[in-house]
Structure formats: C-alpha cells, structure tokens
Design a protein around this ligand. Structure first.
Ligand SMILES: Nc1ncnc2c1ncn2[C@@H]1O[C@H](COP(=O)(O)OP(=O)(O)OP(=O)(O)O)[C@@H](O)[C@H]1O
Length: 219
C-alpha cells in the first residue's frame, strides 16, 4: 500500500472550543490507483490531504506512506517524507517566483535526488512546456502554471501524488484535458493519486471515489 490510514483522528482548537474534523478514518491506496476524495465544504478533505502529505500530524491513529509510519515522525522526518515520497499539486500551484519554468520543473526532482533529464524532456513535450522553459511563473497563464505544477510533481516520480482541486482554476474543457494528461502520466510512473475535488464529474474519472461526511469516510 502506498497510503494506509488506520483509525485516524484530527481535531483543531478554535475560539469556540475543540473542533473534531476526522474520527476513526481508514483509507487504503495502492500503487497505480487513483482515488477521488469528495465531501461538503468543511468536511475535512484538505485536513486529510495535509495528513497524508505529512504536513501535519494526526492526534489519533496511524498513517503509513510507502511503508514509512509518518504519524510517528517528528518535523525532520516528515520533511524527508515530503521530499522523497510525496508530490503535491496545490490549487494555487505554489511555483517558485524567482525560478524560471525549467528550474521549477527540476526543483523537486533534485531535492528528492531523482533528477532525470530525459524524463523531464518527455514531460515538457507532453505538457506543452518546451516553448516556455525560460519564462518565470508571473509570465504564464493560469493553465500554463498548472501544467508546470503538474510537471514539477511528476518529474520527481514520487510514489504518492496528492492533488487539491488541481484543475480548479481552469474552464471545463481545459480542466478535462489537463486531468486526462495528468492521469495518463501518473499511470506511466505507477504512482498512487489522491485527489480532492468538489466535482462529481471529475471524481468519476478516477478509479475510486470516497466521500467524507461527519468526520468519516463513506464509500
Ligand atoms: N488550522 C485550523 N484551525 C482551526 N480550524 C480549522 C483549521 N483548519 C481547518 N479548520 C476547520 O476544520 C474543518 C475542516 O476543514 P478542511 O479545510 O479540512 O475542509 P474541506 O473539506 O477541505 O473544505 P473546503 O471544501 O471548503 O476546502 C472546517 O470546519 C475548518 O473551519
């Protein structure tokens, strides 16, 4: 299993008191599998994604990523997991403004120690980024930035790819095209994909769908 969650719980402290967001969540995701995570606003989708990304720690239960128990790790251990095992495509892209497209694309792969120029060239061609390599993020359209963000994640070949509304900023036709390409490229790397989306239409394109409701996962 690339991602395994068992009895995971998470709460936040809020001005109104503790807010239980996830309770007793079990989730399995195998290599090569894609899973859509849906649920109403505030149901805990981003919270679950952040836990799987080792950006945050659960207050109960156990999370394993590619065989490593990330729920037991401290800050340094979780940073290593994010560098080596996880790729995240955020809705806001999070490209590095001071780096051009070429450097943004290879950045995560270099951090992970998996730089592969031939694979990067393939990604550039397939994602239509070859003519844009010398540009900076602010010189790109939203759709172009999105493709760079996807390329950067795939270039590093992480076993687990997490995506938060990765086509949320695109119109339907472009969003569909980008999702198709992303799914095809992910299939080629054999990675597992966990994607948060509000769209049942996009969710239906993935292998499995689960819904978060009342802090739990409902199939
Ligand atoms: N750092 C935080 N401190 C306090 N409460 C938080 C924090 N982060 C999230 N929450 C609360 O936890 C609940 C779940 O939030 P989360 O962002 O995981 O939901 P979501 O399903 O991703 O929502 P959306 O679809 O609107 O993005 C919400 O009620 C939110 O207000």
């Amino acid at each position: 299993m690339v991602l395994r969650m068992r009895s995971v719980g998470k709460h936040y402290e809020t001005p109104e008191g503790p807010l239980r967001v996830l309770a007793d969540v079990d989730l399995d995701l195998a290599a090569g599998e894609s899973l859509a995570l849906t649920g109403e606003s505030g149901s805990g989708k981003s919270t679950l994604l952040h836990l799987a990304a080792a950006l945050d720690r659960p207050d109960a239960g156990r999370i394993d990523v590619a065989g490593r128990t990330v729920s037991e790790l401290g800050d340094r251990g979780r940073a290593a997991v994010r560098r080596e095992l996880v790729g995240i495509v955020f809705q806001q892209f999070n490209l590095i403004p001071s780096l051009d497209v070429a450097a943004n694309l290879s950045w995560h792969a270099q951090l992970a120690g998996r730089s592969d120029p031939a694979w990067e060239r393939t990604l550039c061609d397939r994602l239509g980024l070859a003519p844009l390599l010398g540009r900076y993020p602010e010189q790109l359209s939203g759709g172009q930035q999105q493709r760079v963000a996807i390329g950067r994640t795939l270039a590093a070949r992480p076993p687990l790819i997490l995506a938060d509304e990765p086509t949320g900023n695109l119109d339907e036709a472009n969003g569909d095209a980008v999702l198709d390409l992303m799914l095809a490229l992910i299939a080629e790397t054999g990675a597992a994909l966990l994607m948060v989306t509000h769209s049942m239409r996009l969710a239906a394109r993935l292998d499995r769908q689960v819904r978060l409701a009342g802090g739990r996962v409902a199939p």
